[in-house]
Design a binder for this molecule. Sequence first.
Ligand code: G
Ligand code: MN
Length: 270
Amino acid sequence: IEFYNEGIDGTSTKRLDLEKHMRKATMNECDEFTVYFQPIISVKGEAVCAGAEALARWNSATMGFINPVDFIPLAEYLGLINPIGEHVLREAAKHCRYWNDMGYPDYKVNVNLSVVQLLQNDIVKKIKSVIDGVGIEPENLCLEVTESLAINDMVRMKRILSEIKALGVKVALDDFGTGNSSLSLALELPFDELKVDMSFIRDIKDKPQNQAMVQSIIDYAKRTKTETCIEGIENREVDDYIKKFGATWHQGYYYSKPVPIESIEKLIRK
Ligand code: G
Ligand code: MN
């Protein structure tokens, strides 16, 4: 006996629709996928914008504006994250090169890289071709990866990340502190930057455990000459409070939500 309800049909039709339109969008040079930017603030001295994290958005001609949580997992499953991710990487690098040429030579751009992209045999070649094609300084590009790496072959991941770093590109461990193996992963792989997950930050003022954990992560990073970025800062109170931890960068809605290119240019010129 099989049970049927309208919900099953509804979701599978919607998923098929999404899939159909996503395939079509990737065949059209991915131009429906735009890049939003969220500023990353250097807090070592006076707070100044140091660059931005690039975040993909899908502005579908037929389905409207679709958020990453609703299309990235499917794009990963279908392998379409490869062309989409490469498009996002190229666009982000182009904008960064532009900022660098316009008098901000140290501005950097952080781009999220899915583990599906990292598993492509020619990923290092692809990254190199973006850097060379766009002409961005490799050290102004930072690729963010997550712990989902760990479920794959560690030896292979170590080799790929080392090859990426050999291009001069920086590598960050995103959402650090969540998942099972983040500490061992940080020890095992050569990261330049740890991004402290926003779940530690939300109620940090009332949670001594969170304070201890964030301070420990930053102390560890300092000892190992790794940079740190605290994510998910939503208000001034938290921003002021966490300054004492001494991270390299702060990021979050308090400074700005992810915004389209025109808006980020106004923010970074301040
Ligand atoms: O996994 P990663 O850290 O790349 O995720 C970034 C996501 O976090 C983006 O979708 C962005 O919109 C969201 N984000 C960025 N800053 C904040 C914040 O201050 N609060 C919340 N709730 N979400 C944020
Ligand atoms: Mn990220």
